[in-house]
Every structure is written in C-alpha cells, then in structure tokens.
Design a protein around this ligand. Structure first.
Ligand code: ADP
Ligand code: MG
Length: 360
C-alpha cells in the first residue's frame, strides 16, 4: 500500500521536446487515478517517470513518502501493465506469471501459492499450462495483469491496457479491473485517451492537455463543473455544445446570436461583459418542449435514433450555429422539423473564450 506524490514534474526530451510542463498530484493510498487526455499529451511520459523508465527533467516523485527520482525501476515496488501485453511467447501462462518472482529468488512454494491465488482471482486456473498464442485477447490481458498482481507491488501502473481489445471485451475488462482494484486496494495510476473508460474507472481523473493539468476531480465533478473549455469539450458524448455568445451588461443573461437571451442563475463570479464568452450546453440537458416554453428552436438536419435515446443534429433557428440535442427514448422528431427546446439555467456553463477558464 502506498501514496504517490508528483510535484511539478517536467519532462524535456532531447531536441528540446517539452512533453510535460509541471504536473502535480497527490494520490492517496488505495486510490485509482486515471490520467486522461488526447494522444501525445504526455500521459505515457508521466507514467514512465513514475515507473523509473524515463528520467525526470525537474520536479519530484515520492512513493509512500520516499523520494524515488533516482531509484531504479526494480527498486520502486511498482508493476506496470502495457497495451501490448509483452508476454513471453515460449512460456506457459504459469511460467509467465512466475517469471518475475523466480528472478527475485522467492521460494518455490511461495511462488506456487501466489500464482495459484492470482489465477483464481482472475479465473485463469484452467489456462495455466497454455501458451499465450492459445489464449484470446482478453485472456492474454488477464495474464498480463496476473503477472503484475503476483508481485504484490505497492503501486499498479496501467498504460492503455485495453486499447487492443474489441469494444465489447473492453467494457468487460474495464469492469474486471475496477472490481480487482476495489478488492486488492492497491494504489493505481491508469492511463487512457478514452473518456468513457476514465469516467467509469477512476476515483478521480487527472485531465491532461499538451503536457499540462487541465483539471483534477471526481468523474462527476469534471462532468458537472468542467473548469476549462478543453475539459468541457473532452468529457461527455456527444460533446458539449460550445457557442460564442455575448454577455449582457446586466450580467444575468447571455445573448445568443442577434437577440436570443438565456437567463443565468449563477452569475456572481462573472465580471463585466468586456471579454468574449463561450456558452456550454450538454446535448442531454437540452429538452424538447412546447412551443410556448421554448428558449430556442432547432432546425433539424440529421437524426440518430438509437432506441435508448435520439440524437438530433441541426442549427439554431435563423443562424448557422450548430447544435446537438440528445432526447431520451424514441422521439417522434423528423428531419426538417423546427424543434422547440429549453434548458434550465443551472445547466448553462460559461467560459472565458480567451483564457478558456470557467466563469460560473
Ligand atoms: N523518447 C522520446 N523522444 C522525444 N519525444 C518524445 C519521446 N517520447 C515521447 N515524446 C513526445 O512527447 C510527447 C508526449 O508523448 P507521450 O507521453 O507518449 O504522450 P501520450 O502517452 O499522451 O500519447 C509527444 O509529443 C511525443 O512525441
Ligand atoms: Mg501513450
């Protein structure tokens, strides 16, 4: 069991590639942190620095209070699971899981015990004699996890471990990892570019963009109060509608297009309408309503009838502002319709268009 503290971690690769500009987070004992962001934002670099596979340009990394910047990977008491499982093809499942323990001169009967226990947890008992090529993708991924678990590390590090699996298996393995982490209670850093994976797995998320932290928070915190335009657009599917608007000088409404006013109910922190602002509305928070209650009208251009919900794409009436609305269930809307929609003020997000920071 361990805490992990990352303080102002900076990474500059040779050739002056600035991969990380100062990442800080305190990870609690037993916590599962998901580092999430688009490809190239520095996730693997950060994880590899915690693992000791990459040098730290500046900043500090502590595992359980101990400064580990200069410690060899093997001495850090961590176990890492990668996307390409990196199993030894000529070894059986048992040998793959036992290999790291043999190298560490752990007695044979203890190795036997740990491999058997882990195989049981992961439901791999009947596959112990097989070679990796005789397993499915999901089973191989489980062996890779088994190899990490038998080492009884203080910290698990996962780098996109599910990206090679098909969609259905990914969902299943995601649940397994969550259950496993709950049960073992081992502090875990999990890296992914997939926001759904991040939302479902993490106790907290660290959202990263271009080597910087955009926000740290629980899944619901980042969903309900995204602190930046980047987070607003990244979390949620379909993505939040982000529309440039004018702030009414009164400060208690925004003006969309030429005239459409939208009431704000949480405007205390919004300081005068000098700077340009962006309005955020999640598709699932826009509701179809009676014409007389409409705050706006959507000119319907395209529909996705998914059964569980209906996604409506179009533009705001008499503007070319694109808008997406997600209605729950099967809705009798049709292409070409003029759909009256409304939204409650607490679901309006306001951002400074220049800095990208949340204003309400
Ligand atoms: N060994 C390296 N040498 C130079 N640049 C690198 C190296 N590894 C990664 N980078 C660069 O650092 C940035 C972050 O990469 P990476 O940590 O792999 O991002 P992610 O895992 O989020 O996709 C990228 O711009 C990438 O090109
Ligand atoms: Mg990566």
């Amino acid at each position: 069991m361990a805490t992990v503290t990352i303080k102002d971690a900076v990474k500059t690769y040779p050739g002056n590639v600035q991969a990380l500009h100062g990442i800080s987070i305190e990870i609690e004992d037993g916590e599962l942190i998901v580092m999430v962001g688009p490809s190239g934002c520095g996730k693997s670099t950060m994880l590899r620095m915690v693992a000791g596979l990459e040098t730290v340009t500046s900043g500090d990394i502590h595992i359980n209070g101990e400064w580990v910047n200069k410690k060899e990977p093997a001495d850090r008491d961590i176990a890492m699971v990668f996307q390409n499982y990196a199993l030894y093809p000529h070894m059986s499942v048992y040998q793959n899981m036992a290999y790291g323990l043999k190298n560490r001169k752990i007695p044979k009967d203890e190795i036997e015990q740990r491999v058997q226990d882990t195989a049981k947890i992961l439901e791999l008992e009947e596959f112990l004699k097989r070679k990796p090529k005789e397993l499915s993708g999901g089973q191989r991924q489980r062996v890779a996890m088994g190899r990490a678990i038998v080492r009884e590390p203080k910290v698990f590090l996962f780098d996109e471990p599910l990206s090679n699996l098909d969609a259905k298996l990914r969902v299943q393995m995601r649940l397994e990892i969550k259950r496993l982490q709950d049960r073992l209670g081992v502090t875990t850093i999990y890296v992914t570019h997939d926001q759904v994976e991040a939302m479902t797995l993490g106790h907290r998320l660290l959202l990263m963009n271009e080597g910087r932290v955009e926000q740290i928070g629980t899944p619901l915190e980042v969903y309900e109060k995204p602190q930046t335009l980047f987070v607003a657009g990244f979390i949620g599917s379909p993505s939040m509608n982000l529309i440039p608007v004018r702030l009414d000088p009164s400060g208690n409404q925004v003006i969309l297009g030429e005239s459409l006013p939208l009431p704000l109910n949480n405007f205390e922190n919004i300081v005068n309408g000098d700077s340009s602002v962006t309005l955020g509305m999640r598709p699932e928070h826009l509701e179809a309503c009676e014409t007389e209650n409409a705050l706006m009208f959507l000119q319907v251009e395209l529909l996705e009838k998914l059964g569980a919900d209906t996604v409506v794409y179009g533009s705001l009436d008499q503007t070319d502002t694109a808008l997406t609305v997600r209605l729950s269930g099967i809705h009798p809307v049709d292409t070409g319709d003029r759909l009256p929609v409304t939204i409650t003020p607490e679901h309006l997000h306001i951002f400074d268009s220049d800095t990208g920071n949340r204003l309400n």
